[in-house]
Design a protein around this ligand. Sequence first.
Ligand SMILES: C[S@@+](CC[C@H](N)C(=O)[O-])C[C@H]1O[C@@H](n2cnc3c(N)ncnc32)[C@H](O)[C@@H]1O
Length: 695
Amino acid sequence: MGKRDKRKKNNTNPFAQRKRDKRNNEENGQKRDRRSEPYVEIVRENESFFKYYKQQGIVPESDWETFVKSLQSNLPTAFRVTGCRGESERLLDIIKSEYFEEYFKHASGEGEKIEKPFALPWYPGELAWQLQLSRKDIRRSEVFYRLHNFLIAETNAGSISRQETVSMIPPIVLDVKPHHRVLDMCAAPGSKTAQLIEALHAEMEEKKELPTGLVIANDIDNSRCYMLVHQAKRLNSPCFMVTNEDSERFPDLQMTNKASGKSENMQFDRILCDVPCSGDATLRKNPDIWTKWNPAHGTNLNGVQFRIARRGAELLTVGGRLVYSTCSFNPVENESVICRLLRESEGALELIDASDLVPGLKFSPGMTKWELSSKDMEFYSDFSQVPEKYHTIIRPQMFPPENVHNLNLERCMRILPHQQDTGGFFVAVLVKTKPMPWEKSQEEEKLVPQRKKRRLGGYKEEPFVFFLGDEDIFQSIKDFYTLRSDFDPCCLLTRCHTGKKKNIYFSSDAIRDIVQLSGDRVKIINTGVKVFVRCDNKNMSCAFRLAQEGLPSVNEFVGKDRRILLERDDLVTLLQNTDPTKPPRIEELSQSTQDRITAVTPGSCVLEYREEKLQLTLVGWRGTTSLRAYVDQSETVHMLRLLRADLSKYEVNKFRKAEEAEKTNAAEQEGTEKEAEEEETVKEEMEVDQEEKKT
Ligand SMILES: C[S@@+](CC[C@H](N)C(=O)[O-])C[C@H]1O[C@@H](n2cnc3c(N)ncnc32)[C@H](O)[C@@H]1O
């Protein structure tokens, strides 16, 4: 009887049982308190790992030691500056002149050999940097506290993304353009998704137009989908949607064919399959993998990886590009999957060499020879050698096929840690030259009886209700903000059918089309950026104020009657104000700003600041006697930084703070001890007094 049958018979799920046992133990007070246990450094070795990859020959013999040594060391930190925001140039200037300078000054002062941060040569516009410091180095050393604060604050503001160097490669070779329909099939937590959104918007920033394309980020894990929502929120893209589906069976979405006006199955121009994997190429970042690694992890994932990639290939338009990537070294999760995909595509897919998009990146070519291994570390180069007991785990299609040399597998990129001091990664770029053999044309598809609409079980998201355009609310918004006549109200949506609308969101035309045509086929978790928020203020004839996160989407449409151009110092005054009960008074601002304010009636407005290489736009509130900025703290800090204003209020040195807290604690402790002593003395004195009285 197989393991699974036994399980069925006993009707207990061992994983659930383990969870139950753990919970019971915790309830009985047997929870292991790890805090009291001494910290044990992970031993960065695993004999099976070494044996397996030596056998696979993933690096030449002569590189083996360097490869292992690199894997055993900590990973350098890397980050990207968000490219699609106009401020990237200024921010980059500040990073180089302030933070990197300071980093050198301190580090060289300590007599250490310090390696310079460097811009990744293959990342466009010098926007991605690698620091020769691990995250722990930055977090734990006082000399880097300003750099650390900077990284955290600017990440929150969406101006930078802390992302592993190698993880930036798949979105680059996907080569996204503003008109592309992009699907990120396994997207959470979303660092690559953010890059895809940036690429979609990159060229449109200057034109001040929205891209006509879109990005759909999908993940099977519902809770991880909210990480995607969070990630994307920092980028404020109305051309973005999060869905929660199993990518092996990602549903056919509908869209309107612009030429015919009819709806049809949607196909994507770009698809990223950053599939679930064993993750052994992240050993430098996740050293705990050393303790658990075994070859079965990779073998067990081969099936799901293939099925996701195959569905991706079906959803890809002819001429479109699909990137398959993993953070695993294992050929069974990499070349083996690509091989099967190429074979089953019968020439519909072609592996391409995309190295021109990452100039200067060092990598090894894809492998054409690999073996399968069982958990007991026996190796098989052919299915005929596999013992029957492993036939359900090791499958014939996992081995290299006979025609392996015709498949151009060497065009795959294997990025190895020792090649440029990074993590490892596998990337394959495929283009579709014709429909997959089993795909039906749109015409044939129509003849197939439609599958019943799926019941979206456990689906609790609020509905996405688009405006029809004749809503009174829209008219009042249009009048108050003197919106340009080409603003399309049908791209506005709310999350409720009835009742008072609290927030109004904005989605691009392409996203609206999909939501309206496919909302009942796909679990949509989130879409749209908040543009208006209800604020029933008696000073305003319109019940909605502007929202900062949606301002980039509607800014171009807001009329001049609701815009105030500010002088630099006035903007700094507004941003430095942290007391909401005492906003800066108009009379405190410069005369030129005051003159412009008088032309604007009280209520929500757009505040603008312009200099040669910097333009800032933010939501403000013009009161009868005051003016305030309506931005959150991370955006405030970001703007003050760009204006090179004083940030000391926000520069918390956690080391000093901890020291001070310790001193205060010590003083308090001393004080408490003293008080206790005094109390005791008083008590003693009172007792003596009582005794004396008695006598
Ligand atoms: C390697 S991670 C993706 C990392 C992500 N692309 C990034 O850059 O942040 C793999 C993701 O695939 C998701 N996943 C696993 N199986 C899936 C499936 N069948 N369909 C969709 N997503 C899946 C997991 O929940 C996980 O979030």
